[in-house]
Design a protein around this ligand. Structure first.
Ligand SMILES: Cc1cc2nc3c(=O)[nH]c(=O)nc-3n(C[C@H](O)[C@H](O)[C@H](O)COP(=O)(O)O)c2cc1C
Length: 451
């Protein structure tokens, strides 16, 4: 394998060398890699290109025209109920940050258990994934959402009944229109047994669910799932951010209790790099379009909206909620909180051609941190109890940060945040989020919003 040029910008400048903007070192390296191997690049993590994000919005805060709430004395509620439309037993969360579906197979059993422990400590939910439900994660998750996927891996009615909610996965933000991938090195006896797959052979799961071709069939499938679970469990529909306005409308029409929209920055366990970087809409644009669809149907508050894809801080949580989300889901950030990319493993990351802060090869199965691996020695490095506590700490910080911002905007409940509390720093963000450009009352394209 060829190596990327090590010439530093300063050295290049001194020698009068100029890097091409279009054919920079990274592009040249990728062409050379493709020419040598004839294989496209697969990786995990999320989009790395720069896109408009919640960072392009700011909260206005309070002064004379708005009254702020006292940080330590006045209450700011963070609880949220999901699934109030039809479910007999909606999900009650203490905080509006949930853990997104990440499969056992892509993640070690210890990592899945850690996610359950951390979420439960903070009174929130975690989610299974494209590999079925492990007994460890069920035992350690007080509220567990069970994914029902195009692959049907691990699907069985007993586990449906053991879950607290069901998430029908239509797609993911990292690859809307694409299916899952799990390379042979991660298909051990246990993973293969749960997915009914041969050990050690690469698998690609379906990108379309075999049980339906459109919203009418989907409505029938949802009814079936409700019957199997005695109309108790909330049913979510998760979509990648392809056409969020129409997809949200159709999900509501099909009977969803909760719609989950996952923007293009959303993480993945393994997908083609070209997919991660070039398909789907940024989360910022997707939230607004989904909220517009709920408003149009007069379903705001009746069908809840969960937003994911690139959520990292309490500011992201608060801004997503100000735009109309009822809750957010996190994947990559939760993995980082439990130990992914930890500098503690720097030496070993380097030995496999990466570094702490750069690790993205979740597909490879050799994760030194013991998270995206099925190797027994590596997996045993992750202590699920300790990692769960770290996740709980991180979730606590996200919540405290979001509360701080809400109080500064005079809000006694995170759900009372609204677009009027924010300004956009760029014309692009103003147009995508439907929030006025800072210092103006201008929202570009407000009467020609894209569908
Ligand atoms: C390691 C990993 C495994 C994932 N597995 C699944 C899965 O099985 N099913 C699914 O719907 N999404 C899966 N996702 C996507 C997440 O559910 C979620 O949509 C995404 O991670 C959110 O974006 P974020 O990572 O920026 O927070 C996975 C993501 C990661 C990082």
């Amino acid at each position: 394998m060829n190596e990327i040029s090590k010439i530093q910008p300063k050295e290049a400048f001194e020698w009068g060398l100029r890097e091409s903007h279009g054919f920079d070192k990274g592009v040249i390296h990728e062409i050379q890699r493709a020419a040598e191997t004839g294989i496209y690049r697969i990786r995990g993590f999320g989009a790395k290109r720069e896109v408009p994000t919640f960072d392009d919005l700011v909260f206005l805060g309070a002064s004379i025209s708005r009254y702020a709430l006292e940080g330590y004395r006045e209450r700011c509620d963070t609880s949220v109920t999901l699934g109030t439309r039809y479910a007999k037993k909606p999900i009650e969360l203490a905080i509006p940050v949930t853990i997104a579906g990440m499969s056992f197979g892509s993640l070690s059993a210890n990592a899945k258990e850690a996610l359950g422990r951390g979420a439960s400590q903070m009174g929130t939910s975690t989610t299974t994934g494209d590999g079925g439900m492990t007994p460890e994660e069920r035992e350690h998750s007080t509220q567990l959402v069970y994914q029902y996927l195009p692959s049907r891996y691990g699907m069985n009615p007993d586990d449906l009944r053991k879950a607290d909610a069901i998430e029908i996965v239509v797609g993911q933000g990292a690859k809307p229109g694409g299916g899952g991938m799990l390379l042979g090195q991660k298909i051990t006896e246990r993973v293969g047994q749960m997915r009914t797959l041969p050990v050690g052979i690469d698998q690609r799961s379906a990108c379309r669910h075999p049980d339906w071709t459109g919203p009418d069939d989907l409505a029938i499938k949802i009814r079936e799932l409700r019957e199997i679970t005695s109309w108790e469990k909330p049913i979510y529909i998760k979509c990648g951010a392809a056409r969020p306005y129409y997809d949200t409308m159709l999900a509501v029409k099909a009977g969803a209790d909760v719609v989950v929209i996952d923007g293009m920055q959303g993480g993945t366990a393994a997908t083609q790099d070209v997919f991660i970087e070039h398909v789907g809409l940024p989360t910022l644009a997707a939230v607004r379009m989904a909220v517009e669809a709920l408003d149009e149907l007069n379903m705001r508050g009746k069908v809840q909206l969960i937003v994911s894809g690139g959520i990292r801080s309490g500011a992201d949580v608060a801004k997503a909620m100000a735009m109309g989300a009822d809750a957010v889901a996190i994947g990559t950030a939760a993995l980082i909180a439990i130990g992914d990319n930890d500098p503690k493993w720097e030496k070993e990351y380097r030995e496999i051609g990466s570094g702490a802060g750069y690790w993205e090869d979740y597909q490879a199965g050799n994760d030194p941190a013991g998270i995206s691996t099925q190797d027994p020695e590596l997996s045993s490095r992750l202590d699920p109890a300790l990692a769960g506590r770290k996740l709980a700490n991180y979730l606590s910080v996200l919540t405290l940060e979001a509360q701080t911002l809400a109080r500064a905007n005079g809000k006694s409940d995170l759900r009372n945040l609204e677009p009027e509390d924010m300004a956009a720093m760029t014309v692009e963000a103003a147009a995508m989020a439907g929030v006025p450009l800072a210092g103006t009352s201008w929202i570009p394209g407000v009467d020609t919003a894209a569908r």
